[in-house]
Design a protein around this ligand. Structure first.
Ligand code: TRP
Length: 450
C-alpha cells in the first residue's frame, strides 16, 4: 500500500470542488460552447444540451469518478485492478489517444489566449471595428511561426505547474483562479446588456426553434457535454483518484455540472449580443471568441483593462483544463512505468508541442494539412469530441453498470455508507440503460444506420 500512501492528492473538499470545476470550465465553455451553439441553431440546441447533461453527463461523471476514487489509480491501473486479465484497460488506450488529439487543438487556442493578452497589453486592437479585428486575427493564424511560439509558451507554463504536483500545484492554483473567473464573467454579462442588439442575441440563445433539431445537433450536443464535463478521457477517473473518501460523489458531480453549465451560458450571454451588434456571423466557428471579445472591448469604457483581464482569465481557464488533460498521462506514466513525475511531464509536453504545431499549421488558409474537408485542427476537435469521448464514456458506464460489483459501486458512491443514496436505483438505471442506449443511438444515427 505504500504506493497509495505516498500518492499525492487533493487536500480539502473545497480544493476538490474547484479542481473539478477548473478541469470542466475551460475553452469548452467560453470558446467552444458559443460557436457550437452558433453552428447548431441556438436555443433548441441549448435545451438538448441541458437534457443530455442531466441524463448522460452527470451519471457518466459519477461512474468515472467512482472508478477513480475506489481504486486510487490512473486510468490504466484502475481497470487493471478492477478487471484483471480483461481488455477493459483499453479504455485507457482510447483515453491517451484522445488526450493527444485534444491537446493538439487545445494548446493552440491556449497559445492564442496568451498572444491576445500580449496584443491587449500593446493596445493593438485600438480603434478597430469587428471586421478589422477579424482581419487581424486571420493574419495572426496565417503566420506560420507566431502562433507556434505561443503554443510552446502555453505548454511551458502548463508544464511548470504540473511539475509542482497535485496538492501544491493543481489544487492551489484552482482555488485562487476559479472564483476570479466567475466574477469577471458576471461583469462582462452586465456589460452585454448595454449593447444595442442584446435582444436579438438573447433571442438566438433562449428562443428555441425545434425545426433545427436533427441527428447532427444531437451528436454535437452529446460531444459538447462530454468535452465540457471532461468526460470520456480518464480525467475524471484521475481526479477522482485524488479525491478524499468522505466527499459526496453526488454533490461533487452536481456542483461540477452546475458550474460548468452556468459558465457556458454566461459566455453565450456575453458573445451573442455582441455578435448581433457588430455584424459578426454567429456561425463564425472556432474563432468567434477571439474576434468578438476584442470587438466588445473597443466599445466599452475601460475596454483596454477588461481586454487584458478577459484574455488572462481565458488563459487561466484553458490552463486549469489543460493541466487535467496532461495529468491523465502523467499519472499513467509515473504509476505504471514508475517514471519520475518530472520526466513524465516533460515527455507529455514535448509530444504535445509536436501535435499542436501540426494543428496550428493546418489552420493556414492554403494548408494541405487536411483530413477530408476539415483542417487537422478541426478534425481532431471533431473526432475526439464527437466520437472518441462518447465511445469511451459509454464503455466506462457499461463497465460500471453491468460488470462492476454492485456492492462496491454502492459502497463507493455512498462513501462507505456515510451519505444517503436513495437515488442509487435511478443512477443505476441511467448508467445501465439510458446512457449507453442514448450514446449508441446517437452514434448510429450519425453514421446513417438509423
Ligand atoms: N472540459 C474542458 C473544457 O471545457 C476540457 C477538458 C479538460 C477535457 N479535460 C478534459 C475535455 C477531458 C475532454 C476530456 O475546456
Amino acid at each position: 500500500m505504500s504506493k497509495i500512501d505516498s500518492r499525492d492528492g487533493f487536500k480539502s473538499s473545497w480544493g476538490t470542488v474547484l479542481a473539478l470545476a477548473g478541469s470542466a470550465v475551460g475553452l469548452g465553455n467560453i470558446w467552444r460552447f458559443p460557436y457550437i451553439v452558433g453552428e447548431n441553431g441556438g436555443a433548441a440546441f441549448i435545451l438538448m444540451y441541458i437534457l443530455i447533461i442531466l441524463l448522460v453527463g452527470i451519471p457518466a461523471f459519477m461512474a468515472e469518478f467512482s472508478i477513480g476514487r475506489s481504486t486510487q489509480k490512473n486510468v490504466f491501473g484502475a481497470f487493471k485492478q478492477l478487471a484483471p486479465k480483461t481488455q477493459w484497460y483499453q479504455i485507457g488506450t482510447l483515453g491517451i489517444i484522445s488526450c493527444f488529439l485534444i491537446s493538439g487543438f487545445y494548446c493552440v487556442i491556449g497559445g492564442w489566449t496568451m498572444a491576445f493578452i500580449y496584443k491587449s497589453v500593446g493596445n493593438e486592437f485600438s480603434g478597430m471595428d469587428g471586421m478589422q479585428i477579424m482581419t487581424l486575427f486571420d493574419s495572426f493564424i496565417n503566420n506560420p511561426v507566431e502562433p507556434i511560439v505561443w503554443v510552446i509558451a502555453f505548454i511551458f507554463v502548463t508544464t511548470i505547474i504540473l511539475i509542482s504536483g497535485v496538492g501544491n500545484g493543481i489544487e492551489k492554483f484552482n482555488k485562487i483562479l476559479m472564483p476570479m473567473l466567475i466574477v469577471i464573467m458576471i461583469i462582462l454579462v452586465i456589460n452585454s446588456f448595454t449593447l444595442p442588439n442584446f435582444k436579438e442575441g438573447y433571442a438566438f440563445m433562449f428562443k428555441p426553434d425545434f425545426s433545427k433539431l436533427n441527428s447532427d445537433v444531437f451528436l454535437n450536443a452529446l460531444g459538447q457535454a462530454f468535452f465540457s464535463m471532461s468526460l470520456g478521457m480518464g480525467t475524471i477517473i484521475t481526479y477522482g483518484s485524488y479525491a478524499r473518501k468522505k466527499d459526496s460523489t453526488l454533490k461533487l458531480s452536481l456542483t461540477t455540472a452546475a458550474t460548468d453549465l452556468t459558465v457556458a451560458i454566461l459566455a453565450g450571454m456575453i458573445i451573442f449580443p455582441a455578435v448581433f451588434s457588430f455584424d459578426i456571423p454567429a456561425e463564425a466557428g472556432s474563432q468567434l471568441a477571439f474576434i468578438t471579445f476584442p470587438t466588445i472591448f473597443q466599445s466599452m469604457t475601460g475596454g483596454y483593462f477588461f481586454s487584458i483581464l478577459f484574455f488572462l482569465l481565458l488563459f487561466i481557464a484553458a490552463l486549469t483544463s489543460m493541466i487535467s488533460i496532461f495529468e491523465v498521462i502523467i499519472a499513467y506514466l509515473s504509476e505504471e512505468f514508475k517514471m519520475k513525475r518530472i520526466l513524465a511531464t516533460v515527455l507529455v509536453s514535448s509530444t504535445a508541442i509536436i501535435v499542436s504545431s501540426i494543428c496550428s499549421l493546418s489552420l493556414i488558409s492554403d494548408s494541405s494539412l487536411k483530413i477530408g474537408d476539415k483542417s487537422v485542427f478541426d478534425f481532431f476537435d471533431y473526432l475526439s469530441a464527437s466520437y472518441m469521448l462518447p465511445i469511451s464514456g459509454m464503455l466506462v458506464v457499461i463497465y460500471v453498470g453491468w460488470f462492476w460489483s454492485k456492492k462496491k459501486n454502492r459502497d463507493e458512491i455512498s462513501s462507505g455508507g456515510l451519505h444517503k443514496i436513495q437515488y442509487f436505483k435511478v443512477y443505476m438505471f441511467l448508467i445501465k440503460f439510458v446512457v449507453p442506449i442514448l450514446i449508441l443511438f446517437i452514434l448510429l444515427s450519425k453514421l446513417g444506420i438509423f
